[in-house]
Design a protein around this ligand. Structure first.
Ligand SMILES: NC(=O)c1ccc[n+]([C@@H]2O[C@H](COP(=O)([O-])OP(=O)(O)OC[C@H]3O[C@@H](n4cnc5c(N)ncnc54)[C@H](OP(=O)(O)O)[C@@H]3O)[C@@H](O)[C@H]2O)c1
Length: 257
């Protein structure tokens, strides 16, 4: 039975490219986002390209909805081998840190931290039982580096990124890989790129220039991370990838304290 990738936060940018990249390798594809018509259009596009795909409309701001959503995907496809998590929308817009409040942060945390933790937990047993699987988390560069006027999702994605680093170490030797892709670029074809081009999203004049990247290139990183499993994090542009080689954290025992 062919493998299944579930793309959580599937739109015309990275989501479609990840689906297509893994689909080209024989994966069947589950697509999750809120708007059914847009998902149906992505399914039709993948079907035209001979990739088996199905849509699972759901709102990822509700961590309690994760078990039912995972059950729905499993009852359709029988299995989940890879999860890619990368929803983004107007609800997670950049906010200056001086204007950030708890209510905004709480809303963002539901989508970008609480739900992925529940989701990864709900597929982990299947993956460890099989001795194979991958948990892939997409973030923006503000997860790594706080940038003036670009707060909001950054602090939450920083927590999610931190969690993936822990997962990656804990899963070593189980056959299950956890990794994160950190993007410091505008993704062509995404709604964010289209809204920015139309002037609907105005980026602050803070001296930060975003390069542009095609989502197929980013999806290629994910395929490479999935097949090689040799790094916990990949950044685009590549030179922003944190250097590997941190010494492993070794808790002190009584004997050594
Ligand atoms: N776009 C960029 O330029 C850019 C730059 C840096 C980093 N990134 C990161 O790259 C990843 C992919 O970005 P992308 O713009 O290319 O995304 P995409 O694959 O084009 O689409 C993401 C989809 O997430 C869905 N979504 C948002 N909130 C949701 C919710 N509460 N529940 C379910 N689905 C939800 C949206 O569809 P619905 O509205 O229909 O739910 C949206 O179409 C994200 O992690 C993003 O943070 C993007």
């Amino acid at each position: 039975m062919s493998k299944v990738i579930a793309v959580f936060g599937a739109g015309t940018g990275l989501g479609l490219s990840v689906a297509r990249r893994f689909g080209r390798e024989g994966f069947r594809v589950a697509l999750v986002a809120r708007r059914k018509e847009r998902l149906d259009a992505l399914v039709a596009q993948l079907t035209d390209e001979s990739v088996e795909a199905a849509a699972f409309p759901a709102d990822l701001s509700d961590p309690a909805g994760v078990p039912a959503l995972v059950d729905a995907i499993r009852s359709h496809f029988d299995r989940i081998d890879v999860v890619e998590y990368g929803p983004i929308g107007a609800d997670q817009a950049f906010t200056p840190a001086t204007k950030l409040d708890a209510a905004t942060l709480e809303g963002i945390s539901r989508v970008l931290l609480l739900t992925p933790v529940e989701l990864f937990r709900s597929v982990l047993l299947e993956m460890t039982d099989r001795g194979d699987g991958a948990l892939l988390m997409t973030t923006g560069y503000s997860a790594v580096q706080g940038v003036p006027h670009l707060s909001g999702p950054g602090p939450v994605m920083a927590a999610a990124r931190n969690y993936v680093y822990s997962l990656n170490g804990e899963l070593a030797g189980t056959g299950v890989y956890a990794g994160t892709l950190t993007i410091a670029a505008m993704i062509t074809g995404s709604e964010a790129a289209e809204a920015t081009a139309k002037g609907d999203i105005e980026l602050p004049d803070n001296g930060v220039e975003f390069p542009v990247v095609h989502p197929d290139e980013l999806a290629g990183y994910y395929w490479d991370m999935y097949t090689r499993r040799d790094r916990v994090e990949q950044a685009h542009p590549v030179e922003l990838t944190p250097q590997a080689g941190f010494p492993a954290f070794t808790p002190q025992t009584d004997a050594t304290a």
